[in-house]
Design a protein around this ligand. Structure first.
Ligand SMILES: NC(=O)c1ccc[n+]([C@@H]2O[C@H](COP(=O)([O-])OP(=O)(O)OC[C@H]3O[C@@H](n4cnc5c(N)ncnc54)[C@H](OP(=O)(O)O)[C@@H]3O)[C@@H](O)[C@H]2O)c1
Length: 338
């Protein structure tokens, strides 16, 4: 099968490309050639900026693929040009959406099911414009693709993912906690933020995108993906500390107190309102989605960040000294033993 991957070299796209090659697919990567990769000549490469729509159309208007897998569609115009370019010359178009499409609605059903998408939008919370906009634009793309299938049978498949985890995750959210557990000082969770954690492992997503290739019944459909285990953030961090062989002291501090002390709430990146909680039952039932056990994927991910990763530390770790001071004060207040 001939597959075009748009993006394909950083995180989810990297694992997708690697797995496609392992499984013998003929892969063409389209990206700007900025992010280095180790695929060498095992892939065909076309360089360009997907935002240059005219050139994109010119580049691909005579090409035919069994599937186009798009890792980097963030605006409706990105997919409008996909449909114009590939209209009758693609077997499937696979789009990666986000659990955030539910978080900007009035949906109260938890975990969110696919049908919970059809709810009224909430107004944008103050100061949360970027995250809101991200969800909104992914929804606009989904709405476009839903119509394109209904009206013109354009064969898209959509996947809604919560936070994606694993080695190479350039958002460094998990690494933020690993550094704090590793330094053996107390770890702060904002009082409002002992969230439910039901993320998804990057390799499980990559495998699922490949699993649906050529599967007729997935056309026009949307699937939630998420790991099987449902844990609170505090339990999640205890499991990580246990794997790392480190002690863990968690201190819950009121959000207001943290802000007054000049500490942003993203010192705990899995605490905010933008952590989605999805129900993957439909994907399990219809396409046989299975997730790797939590502990099994945490181990190589922790190993990657603690032993192999050589990049920057997350910007939220710059506050660590102030955080430790405040946590020590609160530990005393809350009577947490040493
Ligand atoms: N991470 C999460 O927690 C999470 C959660 C839910 C959904 N998602 C979704 O997952 C997808 C992200 O996947 P990823 O970043 O891991 O993908 P990726 O395909 O591994 O990396 C991004 C790729 O896009 C290329 N690229 C960036 N801008 C480009 C442009 N203007 N034109 C052409 N190529 C460009 C980059 O290469 P060059 O730099 O060489 O161009 C790179 O290959 C997004 O759709 C996101 O919404 C992520």
């Amino acid at each position: 099968m001939k597959i075009l991957v748009i993006g394909g070299t950083k995180f989810l796209g990297y694992y997708l490309t690697r797995t496609l090659l392992e499984e013998g697919f003929e892969v063409t990567l389209f990206n700007r050639g900025i992010t280095p990769d180790d695929f060498g000549s095992s892939v065909k490469r076309i360089y360009g900026n997907r935002k240059d729509y005219k050139k994109f159309y010119e580049t691909f208007r005579r090409e035919k693929y069994d599937a186009v897998i798009d890792l980097i569609a963030y605006e409706p115009e990105d997919v409008e040009v996909i449909e114009k370019t590939f209209r009758d010359r693609v077997g499937q178009y696979i789009f990666i959406s986000t659990g955030q499409v539910y978080l900007i609605t009035e949906n109260k059903h938890q975990p969110a099911r696919e049908e919970d998408y059809y709810q009224k939008l909430i107004p944008c919370p103050k100061g949360e414009e970027a995250a809101y906009e991200y969800g909104l634009k992914k929804r606009q793309i989904e709405d476009y693709l839903e119509d394109a299938y209904r009206l013109r049978k354009f064969p898209s498949v959509r996947f809604r993912c919560p936070i994606i985890e694993g080695p190479r995750d350039y958002t460094l959210r998990l690494y933020s906690y690993l550094l704090r557990i590793d330094d053996e000082h107390p770890v702060i969770i904002p009082e409002s933020g002992d969230n439910i954690i039901r993320h998804v492992y990057v390799k499980d997503v990559a495998r699922t995108l490949i699993r649906v290739l050529g599967v007729e019944k997935t056309r026009g459909k949307v699937y939630n993906l998420a790991q099987e285990e449902v844990v609170r953030l505090s339990e999640f961090l205890r499991l990580i500390a246990q794997i790392m062989g480190k002690p863990l002291q968690l201190v819950k501090i009121p959000d207001r107190e943290l802000l007054e002390e000049g500490l942003p709430l993203d010192i705990s990146p899995f605490s905010g309102r933008w952590v989605s909680y999805l129900d993957p039952s439909f994907a399990k039932e219809e396409i046989g989605f299975r997730s790797t056990p939590l502990e099994k994927w945490l181990k190589p991910t922790i190993y990657y960040f603690m032993e192999e990763y050589r990049g920057e530390k997350p910007s939220n770790y710059h506050y660590r000294a102030r955080e430790i001071q405040l946590a020590e004060k609160w530990k005393f207040k809350l009577g947490i033993p040493e």
